[in-house]
Design a protein around this ligand. Structure first.
Ligand SMILES: [Cu+2]
Length: 452
């Protein structure tokens, strides 16, 4: 499944340069004073897993569970992950949303895939607080779908206080009559992406979430699905958005639903609810232009509100100061065109700037990037930039509802999103791509270098 175009063209890196950059990144990763090195051994392996209670499916897991272990750390800690691959095919692990050296990004752009039986060490300092995730970045329509993903929570030493801090990783899988994950399909699925009919929260189908009455909880929600957009609703009740991909936003924003494209994260504060209430955590109807639309709400989990418990939660009026990268009007210095054609390999051949696996121009450290991401297709695409946060300036000509740091943004069908970001350092090979895994695999991606 490896596309060898990943390795060619444009990039100055050869194996020796790549190995040198990796050795330098390993040595540079030191914890801040008073912080620590958190060592984790991740083992990718095939495991029987009950997505549905009583039905054993063959999953691919990190350490035997779907999702893999939730990694938790504090800003300034160093994560040292030894990845051992017990699968029969190569894998790599991408640290989604982390601003770490290119050599640690976990793509085939910057490292050799980790073959069966091999071990590879990732080591990097955690620069930002937020809700991140890690996942396979190799043969993703198979490896991610089978379970090779997990959450990564980084906290600051000064977090707002709530009654609980929960991580909910949403996913879906398509199971056959024996409960086994179906292999990737062609044509419709290559166009739409896989939307499985079994909806999962933390690896289980439609579980129950138990919550105490009178409490307010912080929910960190990760959309790990291959293609599904989740329009999150919590029983139709208002909730407060407090964070997105890149951590806290300036102030809470109260809504009754929030759209999460694939790979997107949101942090919300829910409650307080009353004893005995039963609420549906569900996705509301949303038309992303796929052949298979969603005209009804679909359940992810049921929230059961139990007896009351005391609350120490306080929703602050201000959460964080974020400086705008751009004041006033600017012109774009790059246009990223998301498009497609028809071809034999994938049916629908998704591309960027008319090229599958596009080789894009480099960007220079310190030069502000203003990019127009233009969608020339009738379907929405979640655009993901590796290694750097951006600010959304406009969606279809209008500013977003609030300022935030993002690594993934939805680009509406036939729409346009303007983003701003600063390559503040960390030279090397990076990429941007659609995070619908089938679109990414079909070529809706670009490689570029950050240069000095
Ligand atoms: Cu796409």
């Amino acid at each position: 499944m490896t596309d060898h175009r990943h390795h060619t063209g444009g990039a100055p890196s050869n194996d020796a340069m790549r190995d040198a950059a990796y050795a330098e990144a390993l040595a540079d990763a030191q914890p801040d004073p008073g912080r620590q090195v958190i060592a984790v051994h991740l083992e990718a392996r095939e495991t029987g897993w009950e997505f549905i209670p009583g039905v054993v499916s063959t999953a691919w897991t990190f350490n035997g569970t779907v999702p893999g272990p939730t990694l938790e750390a504090t800003v300034g800690d160093v994560l040292e992950i030894r990845l051992t691959n017990h699968l029969a095919e190569p894998t790599v692990v991408h640290w989604h949303g982390l601003r770490i050296p290119a050599a640690m990004d976990g793509t085939e752009r910057v490292q050799r895939p980790v073959g069966p039986g091999e071990t590879f060490t990732y080591r990097f300092r955690l620069p930002d607080a937020g809700t991140f995730w890690y996942h396979s970045h190799h043969n993703e329509t198979v490896q991610l779908e089978r379970g090779l993903y997990g959450a990564l929570i980084v906290r600051s030493t000064n977090e707002p206080v709530f009654d609980a801090d929960r991580t909910l990783v949403l996913d879906d899988v398509e199971l056959d009559k024996d409960g086994q994950i179906k292999p990737p399909g062609w044509w419709i699925e290559s166009h739409d992406g896989r939307e499985g009919s079994t909806r999962l929260v933390n690896g289980r189908r439609e579980p129950e979430i138990r919550m105490a009455a009178g409490q307010m909880e912080r929910w960190r929600i990760v959309n790990a699905a291959s293609a599904r957009y989740v329009r999150v609703s919590v029983g139709g009740r208002p909730f407060a958005i407090i964070g997105t991909d890149g951590g806290l936003i300036p102030a809470p924003v109260t809504v009754t639903d929030v759209l999460l494209g694939p790979a997107d994260r949101v942090e919300i504060v829910v409650g307080p609810f009353s004893e005995g209430e039963v609420l549906r955590l569900e996705t509301l109807p949303f038309d992303r232009g796929s052949f298979k639309g969603h005209k009804t709400a679909e359940l992810f989990a049921t929230i059961q509100v139990g007896g009351a418990a005391p609350s120490q939660a306080q929703l602050p009026g201000e959460l964080r100061k974020i400086d705008r990268l751009v004041m006033g009007s600017v012109t774009a210095n790059r246009t990223v065109r998301l498009g497609f054609g028809l071809g034999l390999k994938h049916g629908v051949e998704f591309n960027i700037n008319h090229e599958q696996h596009h080789q894009a121009d480099p960007v220079r450290i310190g030069e502000l990037q203003i990019w127009d991401v233009v969608n020339r297709t009738p379907v929405h695409h979640p655009f993901h930039l590796h290694g750097y946060f951006f600010q959304v300036l406009e969606v279809d000509g209008s500013p977003p509802a609030f300022l935030s740091w993002e690594d993934t943004v939805n680009v509406p069908a036939f729409g346009q999103v303007r983003i701003a970001w600063m390559p503040e350092g960390r030279p090397g090979g990076w990429m941007y791509h659609c995070h619908i895994l089938e679109h990414h695999a079909a070529g809706m991606m670009a490689h570029f270098e950050v240069v000095r």
